[in-house]
Design a protein around this ligand. Structure first.
Ligand SMILES: Nc1ncnc2c1ncn2[C@@H]1O[C@H](COP(=O)(O)OP(=O)(O)OP(=O)(O)O)[C@@H](O)[C@H]1O
Length: 244
């Protein structure tokens, strides 16, 4: 369970995040949808404790990120916007290294790696050095690495960025599996079809603020639009930056 209250972050004169608040429940996929520059990445960075908010509160499973950031990090698996891998290491070694950072023992790491490799269909890449990996192969490795410690809450920043249709479909299946396991899944996207296809709840963010929030049906009702795409455009006030 992730709760964000009244988050603020400015870079000089740019108010990147200007009072964002929302919650993401367990066993649901929550989508943070907004055009380029809306403040999605900045909100997520504060959420996973990479960046300190100017103001506001982040709670993960009731733990306050200001009070116990390490406790929050333990409960989160994060696919950040930059997927930097150690390119001299194989995929498996990248995953193992993260497991070791979390203090896991070798047997548990091996067991989790096996399960994630199967779920993400990584059999052909798991023992290859990541140098030269395709975008899809890099994302799979970065996700497996992020989930090695079996976190209840999973945050993914634009997880399908740069993926082809098949890889995108595989990613969707994987996110649905995380939901079926009862996890709290929160991801950001500027592609409304992506969010519409997957999310139980959608938080629409524009100019650093939440402009609408709810299930797809609630958003249609709030905006008076029967088509979800029109509802998004109406909530945001412009089509700019929202297309793939
Ligand atoms: N480190 C930074 N320094 C200065 N400005 C920043 C920084 N990070 C973000 N910004 C600015 O804050 C605003 C929000 O950016 P952010 O990356 O959070 O948007 P986003 O919704 O994730 O967009 P995108 O879909 O393009 O990734 C933008 O105007 C951006 O230029």
């Amino acid at each position: 369970m992730i709760e964000v209250r009244d988050l603020h972050k400015a870079f000089g004169k740019v108010k990147a995040v200007d009072g964002v608040g929302f919650s993401a429940a367990d066993g649901q996929i929550t989508g943070l949808l907004g055009p380029n520059g809306a403040g999605k990445t900045t909100s997520l960075r504060m959420l996973y404790t990479l960046m300190k908010p100017d103001r506001g509160q982040v709670l993960v499973d009731g733990i306050d990120a200001n009070v116990d950031p390490a406790g929050v990090r333990r409960r989160l698996g994060v696919l950040p916007d930059s997927r930097g891998l150690y390119k001299r290491l194989t995929s498996r070694e990248n995953i193992r290294y993260f497991g070791q950072l979390h203090g896991m023992d070798d047997a548990l790491i091996a067991q989790r790696t096996e399960a994630l490799s199967r779920a993400l269909e990584m059999g052909d890449i798991i023992d290859r050095r990541t140098e030269g990996f395709s975008q899809g192969q890099r994302v799979k490795t970065a996700i497996a690495r992020a989930l090695v410690h079996d976190p209840r809450n999973v945050i993914l920043d634009e997880p399908t960025n740069g993926l082809d249709v098949m890889a995108t479909r595989a990613m969707r299946r994987f996110l649905l599996q995380l939901r079926a396991e009862g996890r709290c899944v929160l991801f950001s996207s500027h592609i409304m079809q992506e969010v519409a296809a997957l999310c139980d709840r959608i938080v629409i963010i524009a100019r650093g603020q939440v402009v609408a929030e709810g299930t797809p049906d609630e958003l249609r009702a709030q905006t008076g639009e029967s088509n979800l795409e029109d509802a998004f455009v109406k909530a945001i006030g412009t089509e700019e930056g929202l297309m793939a």
